[in-house]
Design a protein around this ligand. Sequence first.
Ligand code: NAD
Ligand code: MG
Length: 406
Amino acid sequence: MSLNSPQNVTVLGATGSIGKSTLDVIARHPERYRAYALTAHTSKEALFEQCLTHRPEIAVLDAAEDAEWLEAELSRAGLPTRVAFGVEALCAVARDAQVDTVMAAIVGAAGLLPSLAAAEAGKRILLANKEALVMSGALFMDAVERSGATLLPIDSEHNAIYQCLPAEHRGGLDRHGVRKLLLTASGGPFRQWRAPDIAAATPEQACAHPNWSMGRKISVDSATLMNKGLELIEACWLFDTTPDQIQVVVHPQSVIHSMAAYSDGSVIAQLGNPDMRTPIAYGLAWPERIDSGVEALDLFQIARLDFEAPDEARFPCLALAREAMRQGGIAPAILNAANEVAVEAFLGGELSFGAIAELVAGVMGMAQSHRADTVEEILAADRWARAQARGLLESQYGADLTSAEE
Ligand code: NAD
Ligand code: MG
């Protein structure tokens, strides 16, 4: 890519936490990057504001009426940005021939098809949407391999591991003398809480993450440690390894973002302030480095780094995710779908915090795991798990879902 013409970047999920950080880094380097397409689900006003600032070629929303509204506002503002809507439009801006780089930052299973479209089209994919890889692991990695796409992890832990591994690490970690990956976890807001208090925690408490400012879904996942479970699965696919080679290390300061332990006793870590603009800038510029706007790390101010083992009795989601990865096939997609329903119910006041893991375990217990060779099979497993989770919510947790969206 020549430095004379900026790279065109599609930002899927532009109005979210990762999307905004991505646009912040892009705006620091107008000579290198241009926001080509921006997408959002329902936040049409926020997307309109972003269009005014970043002047993309295309903007995508979910619903036709929102797209109509945006089109009218943009034309009133004299902007030539084209507007589209729906999943097919998301996939189109991910595979668009004009696009070099796709930031996959939609939250949840909704990001699967557009992320996969970017992989199939051979783009440089900056993958924040971990749920897509958790659901479709083998299929996604095959698509990357076949198309020659460049897959760069944005999740801070995986970005850190990527930086700690040899440049060419495909073909299994053993071949490169890596003994273990050390996946760090902050432990979330309930790290030091007693089990009964955790069980009764409110959405506000769960979303008050000690170190990171993130969207609500991943904040709840961080509080249950399901986020670390999803990341364990994500790491298995990205680095071609198994759960036995990954050790979760609770590190409350979130300064070390993860590590690789080598057979000679060396442990290589990546450190930085907890700000997602660092991994985002890494992904945008790789193999070069650019300014991200993140302040330099002040080790004297941090003064100490602590480590402890995760408590899987108080945080059972980690073990559920490890089990789903061991089962393979559709099991991780089932885990993910049940978790998405549980988290939404928790945020909507329909489920207690303590019941999130129970609901996920309940759905996993009902599933017959099998291989998944096509994206349709994965999507069918996702739909099945959502229906089971909603059934359990109504029958066992007394949730009233009559008004809930399908
Ligand atoms: P967020 O909730 O702040 O933003 C989500 C974005 O996706 C928004 O732009 C929203 O409009 C869009 N979106 C939501 N539902 C959609 C749908 N059904 N169809 C199309 N678009 C939809 O989330 P976030 O915190 O930015 O996280 C995004 C992804 O990045 C998640 O997968 C998360 O796990 C991952 N991630 C986030 C962080 C972080 O610091 N926020 C760190 C690591 C990984
Ligand atoms: Mg992470």
